[in-house]
Design a protein around this ligand. Structure first.
Ligand SMILES: Cc1ncc(COP(=O)(O)O)c(C=O)c1O
Length: 409
């Protein structure tokens, strides 16, 4: 989400200036490869920021979408949409939860989650509900979701922020208990199972289990934003499943439609009946094209064993990076290589946004988040030879970057 900030970014004359864009434009893609309009080819370790689950021009997804386009793209929610029933049933089965609301993006899914939490409170007679959120969190760019976000750069200029958030550090159950001590207005805890924009920061399994227990004891909703880390990226359908817990509310988006805009909020029994007609809605949400994209994405993931692939390729990727950057890890120039499955962060000791352009020059798409974390979130169809090719470009780049910027091994 953070835009590249190097001198090489170029501004468009007519498109609003919200991203510092790198000076290329993409033309088309195939599998793990993308071509720019000048014909240069790139290996895609970014997947449109964890979106293109099935890579580009997937031979099963594209015909299904073409078929859907000829039938019905959109019809609105005044009517039943069979694709919503299909996709909701699938998400319910995969998550162990019960009901789904559909929208079109991550922030919309999070807005719905925040509204669920507030109404959960009001239904219990709490007039000023408060929601626990986290340092370094990222939940989106709407006024409510940027208020929940733990990054003052994203909030600056948009005050007054939405009130009703209590902020705590990650992985610190004592801090969470202390921050909420004796406060009768708390209604929910809202966390990313693995923080994405904040620098690939995983919540520990014991922490997630302790939060689950606390939410049970205090009758709070446990809400996990799996917009970036969900949909198979970590090797399980949802990243919290590694901790053996089930949340009450789970926003999804990004990888769910393999590139077709889609968002969803999955709810368990405690949250499934909070909304009634008139409480929430979305014109585009749950339209037949997006639903077909979601249903086909999951079908292909199951058929092709993409969860297993994400886990295996993630291990392969991480091991290769640890091997190639072992000296830099030992010296502290690379502070950490972390993540799970195909959600990998390489934290450097120095700011490194310039690596995005350098990788581009060498034919590799990556991003840098939280100033010093190289983020790798390739399509889940990636194979070992492609991982090796990515490492062969990236590791020397990082070594050279560290050496020339005074963070030598
Ligand atoms: C964890 C998380 N939540 C929410 C969002 C916002 O999603 P969108 O950009 O689709 O609104 C993002 C986007 O990066 C995200 O990573």
């Amino acid at each position: 989400m953070s835009a590249p900030s190097s001198a090489s970014t170029v501004q468009s004359p007519h498109v609003m200036n919200t991203y510092g864009r790198l000076p290329i434009a993409m033309s088309h893609g195939q599998g793990l490869r993308v071509w720019d309009t000048q014909g240069k080819v790139y290996l895609d370790a970014l997947a449109g920021i964890a979106v293109n689950t099935l890579g580009h021009n997937h031979p099963k997804l594209v015909p299904a979408l073409q078929d859907q386009v000829t039938k019905l793209i959109h019809c609105c929610n005044y009517y039943h949409v069979p694709g919503q029933e299909q996709l909701a049933a699938k998400l319910v089965a995969l998550s162990g939860m019960t009901n789904v609301f559909f929208c079109s993006s991550g922030l919309e899914a999070n807005e719905a989650a925040l509204k669920l939490a507030r109404k959960f409170g009001h239904d219990k007679g709490i007039d000023r509900p408060e929601i626990v959120v986290y340092e370094r969190a990222f939940h989106g760019r709407s006024i409510a979701t940027l208020s929940a976000t733990g990054n003052t750069k994203i909030q600056k200029g948009f005050e007054p922020l939405v009130e009703g958030f209590i902020r705590v550090p990650v992985n610190d159950i004592a801090a969470l208990k202390q921050a909420t001590e004796g406060n009768p207005n708390v209604v929910a805890v809202f966390l990313e199972t693995i923080q994405g924009e904040g620098g690939i920061n995983p919540m520990r399994a014991e922490y997630l289990q302790a939060v689950r227990q606390l939410c049970n004891e205090r009758d709070w909703l446990m809400m996990v934003d799996e917009v970036q880390c969900g949909m198979g990226r970590t090797g399980k359908w949802f990243a919290h499943q590694w901790a053996g817990i089930v949340p009450d509310v789970m926003p999804l988006a990004k990888g769910l439609g393999s590139g077709v805009p889609i968002g969803a909020v999955v709810a368990g029994p405690k949250a499934a009946s909070i909304f009634s007609p008139g409480n929430h809605g979305s014109t585009f949400g749950g339209n037949p094209l997006a639903m077909r994209a979601g249903v086909e994405t999951i079908r292909i993931m199951e058929r092709d064993g993409l969860l297993e692939n994400a886990a295996a390729m993630g291990r392969h990727f991480t091991e290769a990076l640890r091997r190639e950057l072992s000296e830099q890890l030992a010296s502290g120039a690379v502070k950490d290589i972390r993540g799970r499955g195909l959600m990998i962060g390489i934290e450097l000791a120095i700011p490194c946004s310039a690596l995005m352009q350098k990788a581009l020059d060498k034919g590799l798409l990556i991003s840098v988040t939280a100033d010093r974390v190289v983020r790798l979130v390739p399509p889940l169809i990636v194979i070992a030879a492609e991982v090796d090719a990515m490492v062969a470009i990236l590791a020397p780049l990082i070594r050279e970057f560290l050496a020339t910027n005074g963070a030598q091994a």
